[in-house]
Design a protein around this ligand. Sequence first.
Ligand SMILES: C[S@@+](CC[C@H](N)C(=O)[O-])C[C@H]1O[C@@H](n2cnc3c(N)ncnc32)[C@H](O)[C@@H]1O
Length: 266
Amino acid sequence: MTTTTQWMAQDIDPNEPSAARAYDYLLGGQHHFEADRRLAEQVLTVLPARTMSRQNRDYLHRVVPFLIGEGITQFLDLGSGLPTLGNVHEVAHRADPTSRIVYVDIEPAAVAHGRRLLADTANAAIIQADIRRPETVLDAAETRELIDFSRPVALLMLGVTQFLHDEDQPWEVTARYREALASGSYLALASFTWDNDPETMRKTIAMFKDSGRSPIVPRTREEVLRFLGDFELVEPGLVYAPQWRPQTPSDGPAPSNLYVGVARKP
Ligand SMILES: C[S@@+](CC[C@H](N)C(=O)[O-])C[C@H]1O[C@@H](n2cnc3c(N)ncnc32)[C@H](O)[C@@H]1O
């Protein structure tokens, strides 16, 4: 158990489970409490969430260097979770220390915590905002300071679309972000899907519902493709997470409950 409170902002309630800290637990991180571990363990009874979290983070580790190789130096990361365990700024700054990163998360506790973790890091900030309200993200002081929208930006939506319900109009919301980007920008997605294992997804949705939590929303291939609008998919297209430009033996041809893809604004 993590007992250190050095990283802990004063206004964090450790008894309130946090999606960001539960994800940190699933990734093998150090920033979680008992309530977060209970949430994660409950999810693990129905969903291979540890494998999915790893696949998601491994994809991030392949996609950020790819984007830097395409000349991208600005990242807007929607639904970022905690800036730890090789999150975007760590990968991007290794390749290019001048690259700029704005993390966005809805959880006040994750953001308070993230601010402490980033206190000594140049060119990176985390803001608390609901990504369903694009103007609050696009107009935030940190976004305006760090991101120049007249130049290409990478918009990252990794492991977050499952929190956006259809009635939140996630396709219209994503279109608003796409519109704000310059030609040559990219959208990188990682999205829960029904297509690989519908029975597990049904059980997961039922578990969230039965425990009084807002259910997650897996999507079909067509629904995930709609997030990309008229952006042009780069090779290998929209694929299961381990199939996107595999680099190690743990990447590869296996299917997964996550579709991923990267598309470029013409
Ligand atoms: C599974 S984590 C993904 C972390 C990271 N993007 C990655 O791929 O490694 C999802 C994060 O999305 C955040 N989130 C969920 N709904 C959100 C919303 N409407 N606005 C902003 N953040 C949201 C959660 O708080 C959580 O930290």
